[in-house]
Design a protein around this ligand. Structure first.
Ligand code: MG
Length: 451
């Protein structure tokens, strides 16, 4: 009996031990790799439903990891979305133009804390490879913002002569050539990424690889040009797929797969006004530059064998704003106070570690859609999305330009049936949320505005 009793007393301990999933044994300070496509649409990967473009490596990544189907970029434009990914802050707080051009006087302010600043302080090696687009003066470039090394183009691959000087590819902050052969970019970026991984295999690292493609002008590499039935756009996406495959293979071969979180996603939706040179948002409305779902909802795959469950689909809402707090939590750098960064700046994201571990949905929180000029266009809470303003690069006035518009994104992900007249209480609640958000953003201002 006494033996039975002592066994009974062990039961709670056993229950705790059995309930603790393998994911609790995840390594401290895992590596972080962010693979960021440019202007790739929600519908452009095999594992997100494209019928023609071949993406076997990304499909395998999804089968070995978790695919998010309601994952957003924080902005439908290149510059703003990169700012948000790297700072965890809405670009309405950046103090610079929606899209920067080579002559822009402002860029990433010296007081901003980037993911690279934070992870470097946690002992990580840090590298940026590819498109930067957060200002091209030395004080705005990656080396001034936490990255140990940089190879890439400081702004968009379509800012070209005669309007602009030839694009200078940079090594660190030094120009290494002028007007590069863009068809070599994906291959060169991949080689640099592999070299960085090789050189830092024995310590934590953060790799931010921002591809130039499939942003127009499309320049797939020689080994890919002319191969996809989908044309040059398909070629460019298939080359990115090849690149992702090489990077994941290298992580596996070095024994780093179980110590590395990899995110693949895109900076904004497809550039649909470019016709067949632009991508597809699948079942979502519109594309780049617009706050309709096609402009900001992106394909997203998280991969971390042994920690992020394999073959899962996550339907909770999340965004690139969440990467910053999630990475800090993984690196053992809790935020000093809720919602605030170390520099006193407002942070907009939340850690999505529970979602990555497959442990259920967080509480509902609003997601704000900022359109051209960082103007608040729409807000989502749970299944509901309220448009207060709309715009499209196509010039189309959907719903005759009427606002507000209310959609149930779960029943109607394509935003076809306006329910504003039927759900006045929801409209009122989301309108109040939007007004409160605008007040808060205006109150805090940017580092530039503080002088
Ligand atoms: Mg883009």
């Amino acid at each position: 009996m006494s033996r039975f009793r002592s066994l009974l007393s062990l039961l709670p301990l056993l229950a705790v031990a059995c309930a603790a999933p393998a994911t609790d044994r995840r390594p401290e300070r895992p590596n972080l790799v962010v693979l960021f496509a440019d202007d790739l649409g929600y519908g452009d990967l095999g594992c997100f439903g494209h019928p023609i473009i071949r993406t076997p490596n990304l499909d395998r990544m999804a089968a070995e990891g978790t695919r998010f189907t309601q994952f957003y970029s924080a902005s439908p434009a290149c510059t703003a979305s990169r700012y948000s990914l790297l700072t965890g802050r809405l670009a309405a707080r950046s103090g610079f133009a929606w899209v920067l051009v080579p002559s822009s006087p402002r860029g990433l302010h010296a007081a901003e804390r980037t993911l690279a600043d934070e992870l470097r302080e946690a002992g990580y090696a840090t590298a940026a490879v590819g498109k930067w687009h957060l200002g091209n003066r030395p004080e705005f470039l990656p080396l001034a913002h936490g990255f140990d090394e940089y190879l890439g183009l400081p702004y968009s691959n379509d800012m070209l002569p005669p309007r602009w000087p030839p694009i200078p590819p940079l090594e660190g902050d030094k120009e290494v050539e002028s007007g590069p052969d863009q068809s070599t970019l994906t291959r060169r970026y991949t080689e640099r990424a592999l070299s960085f991984i090789d050189r830092n295999r024995d310590r934590p690292f953060f790799l931010y690889l921002a591809y130039a493609m499939p942003h127009v002008p499309l320049h797939p590499g020689a080994a890919f040009a002319g191969r996809s039935p989908r044309g040059a756009y398909g070629d460019a996406v298939e080359e990115i797929d090849w690149s992702v495959g090489r990077i994941l293979d290298r992580l596996r071969r070095l024994g780093l797969a179980e110590r590395t979180l990899v995110l693949f996603t895109s900076d904004n939706g497809p550039w649909i006004i470019k016709g067949l040179d632009g991508g597809s948002a699948g079942l979502l409305r519109d594309g780049k530059g617009s706050t309709w779902e096609g402009g900001m909802r992106e394909p997203a795959i998280f991969w971390w064998p042994g920690t992020v469950p394999a073959g899962r689909v996550e339907r909770a809402v999340a965004s690139t704003l969440d990467l910053f707090p999630t990475a800090l939590e993984l690196a053992g750098r809790p935020l000093p106070e809720p919602g605030r960064g170390r520099n006193g700046a407002v942070l907009d994201g939340r850690s999505i570690l529970p979602l990555l571990l497959g442990r259920g949905a967080p509480e509902d929180r609003p997601f704000f859609y900022h359109g051209p000029g960082h103007v608040l266009h729409a807000v989502r809470l749970g299944r509901w999305k309220l448009h207060l303003k709309t715009s499209s690069q196509t010039g189309k006035e959907y719903f005759e330009g009427r606002v507000p518009l209310l959609f149930d994104l779960e029943r109607d992900p394509s935003e076809t049936r306006d329910l504003a007249a039927e759900e006045p209480e929801v409209v009122a609640r989301l309108t109040a949320l939007a007004a409160e958000h605008e007040r808060e953003v205006a109150e805090h201002g940017s580092f530039w505005d503080r002088g």
